[in-house]
Each structure stands twice: as C-alpha cells, then as structure tokens.
Design a protein around this ligand. Sequence first.
Ligand code: MTE
Ligand code: MO
Length: 562
Amino acid sequence: MTTVHTRPGTPAAGRPLGRWAAALGGVVAVALAFAVAELLAALGQWTGWLHVPSSPLDSLGSGFIRLTPEWLKSLAVQLFGTHDKDALRTGMVVVIVAVAAGLGVWARRSRTAAAVAVGVLVAVTLVAVWVRAGATALDGLPVLVGAAVGLVVLWRLFAGVARPAAAGSAPSPADPDRAVAAVADAPIPPVGTVRPVGPAAVPAGPLPVQRRGFLRMTGWAAGAAALAGIVARWVPSAAKVQESRAATTLPAPVSRQVIPRSTDIDVNGATPYLVPNPDFYRIDTALALPQVTTAEWSLRIHGMVDRPLTIGWNDLLARPLIERAVTLTCVSNEVGGDLAGNARWLGARLDALLAEAGPQSGADCVLSTSKDGWTASTPLDVLTDGRDAILAVAMNGEPLPVEHGFPVRMVVPGLYGYVSATKWVVDLEVTRFADVTAYWTERGWSDHGPVKTASRIDVPKHKAQYDAGHRVVFAGTAWAQHRGIRAVEVRIDDGPWMAAELADAVSADTWRQWRFAWTAVEGTHQLHCRATDGTGAVQTGTETPVVPDGATGWDAITFDVV
Ligand SMILES: Nc1nc2c(c(=O)[nH]1)N[C@H]1C(S)=C(S)[C@@H](COP(=O)(O)O)O[C@H]1N2
Ligand SMILES: [Mo]
C-alpha cells in the first residue's frame, strides 16, 4: 500500500481536486458531524445523562420555528398542511447540504477559512440547543463532540489535496472537475487496488495518489456517518418521551400542603427541606432508562381482586390528586449517606384504587412491576392504612423526570424505596408474600422494609477547621418516615447529649432539619448526632450493615478548632 504524506497547506503534486469532489467531502464531513452528535444526544437521553431533547437537528428546527414570522408559519401550514414539519425538515437538510458543499469547496482554497465557518455553524447549533427549555451546558456536548469529529475529518481530507491555485503548473486534462465528479460518484475501491474508470472520464491509469486518498477517506467517513445515523435511529426514541413529558399538563390537586419557610434550617451547607429534582438521589437497576409516553402508559391491577382493572393516563389524571411532601430513602444508605431526598409528589391515592379492585381475603402483598421488569413487594396493609401512598405523576411541581419514573411511579411514606417506590410502574398484582419474591427480596433483602430512624450531620464536613472562640453552627437532617422526628441531640466528644434546634416539617412523612450553635474550643473534636422519633424511641447507636433491612448507628464527624 502506498501512502503519501503531504503537510497541511502544501500544494500536492498532481491535479487539483475537483469542485464536485470537494463539495462531496464537505457534505460527508458535515454529515458525520451531525450523525455523531445525533447519536450522542440519543444515547444521552436514553441513559438519563441529558434532560432535554438535545438532538441538534431538532433543536435547529425548533429554533427556526421560533424565529419564523407568523405569516410564514401559516403559509407553510397552508402549503404543506400536516406535513409542515416534514417540509421544515426537508428544507433544513437541503440548506445544510448546500452549506456543507460550500464548505468543501471553500476548504479546497483555505482550510482555515472553512474551519472558521464550521465554528460559526457550531455556535448557531449550540445556541439552538441551549435555548431549549431546561437545557444545561451538558446538553451542548453532543454538538461539540460531533463538530470536533467533523472538523478532524475535514482537516485531514483537505490536507493532501492540490489547491486550484497550483493547478496551472499541473498537467491539465480536458476537464478535471467533471472527471473527478464522475469518479466521486462511483463506488470506492478497496484499499490498494487500481480503480477502473470509464474511458470517457479520465485518461487510463491510476488516479493521482492524493485524490485517491481523499476519496478513500470520504468513503470511510460516509460509511461512519451512515452507521452512526442508523444506530442513532435504533436507540429507542427518548425524544418522543421528552416531547410527551413536555406536553403534559398537570391537574390541580384536590388537596395540597403549604410548605412554610420554617421547614428550612437556614445554615450554609445544610440540606434544603425540598431537594430540587436535578439534585435528587437516583437509584435503579436501569442501564438505559425505560421510555414510556403518557399515551403508551397503562396500569393493570389484577391478581387476588374481585374486579381486575386497567387504567390509562387520562383515567389516572381524572382521579382526585393529592400533593404531599414525602421523603424517600434507600435501604442501601450508609450511616451519614446521602441516598435520601424529600420532594412534593402529586398523585392518586393507592388505597382508593385498590378498593375499586377489591382485594380478596388472604392477600397481604402488592407486587408492583416496572416497564423494564423490576419488581417490588409492598405490604397490602401499609398501602391501605390511610397513609398517603400514591401513584405519583409529578415531582416538585413538574412531570416526573424520566430518571425518576416518568410517567408514573409509586410513593409510599415510611418504606424504603426497594419495597415501595417502583418507577415506570405498569402492573400491580395483589398477592401473598408466601407466593412471590421481588427483585431485591430474591437477593437476600428483607420482605418488609420500614424506614429506620436516622440522622445525619451536613455541617461541618469531615476534617473542617474552625477558629477558636468563634460561634459555629452545626446542621443536619433526621428522618423516621411516618413516625416523624420529635428531637435531635448532638454530642461533642464525650460530653453530654444536647438538644438541637429543629426546623418544622409538614408531616411525619418527611425529614426534619436541625442545627446547633457552639462556641469553638481549641482541639480536635468529634461530633455525633442522634434522633428521637415520634413514638419516643431513640435512634440506636448499635452499628448494623445495610443488608438486609437498613443500616443503624450514629453519624460522626471529626473537625479541628485552631
Ligand atoms: N423500576 C424501578 N423502580 C425503582 C428501582 C429500580 O431499580 N427500578 N429502585 C428502587 C429503589 S432501591 C429506590 S431507593 C428508589 C429510588 O428512587 P429515586 O431514584 O427516584 O430516588 O426507587 C425504587 N424504584
Ligand atoms: Mo433503594
């Protein structure tokens, strides 16, 4: 195999690259950039890394719609009817191909100028992605990676081509542009073979090496673009689910809690009473997020019931919805860990729904199943004892984020998530614990998972330093869902337990924030905390591991006063 290395910018020997071939190179480089970006955007949404539809093509399209004057929009609808979106897409592709072809032709003269033009295009696309509602900086990543790949290909493609300026000195066949166009249209030869060309195209004999390299690389890039494009389409359409989520309007609750400011403890570094959705801990077994639109969603209630039933999204929203703050916790949370969060959940009561189905005597369990086959077994009596167990459709005032179970999940105050908080829930089977196992109970975790009383120190952080003689404020949170928190105490070194100040909580189903002010005394200290729940039981200091039903023990932080 012959390889000829030409330094960038050096006019290569041989005839100049034809305009059509250069245009093709530009189109292929841009196509590869878009294909890579679309693929990354699709994968990003599928795995939950990206939160808004960040497909660069769709973003450009909606950006264009935004900027289109009303008269043009209505003209488009008149002309194309319901196909107006297809018309927009086709128009966009035509424009992009034309611009890309121009880029290629330009790159033949100056790669730097072409690169600058690419930069402008990337900037426009990035703006289109970033102006979408809810977009974060991260959502621009697919565009940037795609652009980088496209630029590298463009740069290398045109590294070895003869520029038209050098053409004068080269032996010139009748019409180089036409010749190369004909060649470019033909299939790419396997590496190392001499390409047979039609007698009318170019003089017999091998192609000039630079153009052969150019065409070979163009072929590879075109193949890569096609592959990335196909894989991107094959990734389940996360964009469709994001659209479904964006189109969701939430009914007003029939009952809601007012959350006073006194629920926050007002200490720098303390956990807020309500955790914003993007900061909420996430635990599940889903490598790729289940993608369920509201239209596709339905829930079957069956098993040991008198009246099996199936409800759809609209049936669910038509039910009276309540909004409640409920703190979720993971059984795998270590002492002092952060696998806990409090949010406002809007949803339909599970007790009412189960009553409609009519559980039969002998049933003691509801086995819930998610779209991706994960299961949880929940005690039936917990779901029907009057607590606010719900099928939730919203979290902190917005439709559930996909990673938190869109469109519907269970929320049951007082139980760890693994036995109650099924996300993407599609099936409830009323049954008996004796007859079923669920995902985690099969793996050695306890059948019943009531939350254990826990408390945590958020301030100070481990190894923090304070100045002696200053007033310092410690803070943290404590939870014992459905029993509530009555008190939190702190202990410094081997001193006595001292009562911390408590913030308010709207119910026994949420955590409660605490703080404790202290005048710093020189030395290395250890701070402990412990809570007392609503029944008067004091949190145990005995340390147990998270398996099989949740960790116990007191959180401890070491800090220095100098
Ligand atoms: N479908 C499904 N739902 C699930 C899980 C899961 O793996 N799959 N994990 C559960 C566990 S162990 C916990 S602690 C909570 C966490 O909910 P979050 O990710 O919204 O914080 O979801 C529960 N629901
Ligand atoms: Mo969990």
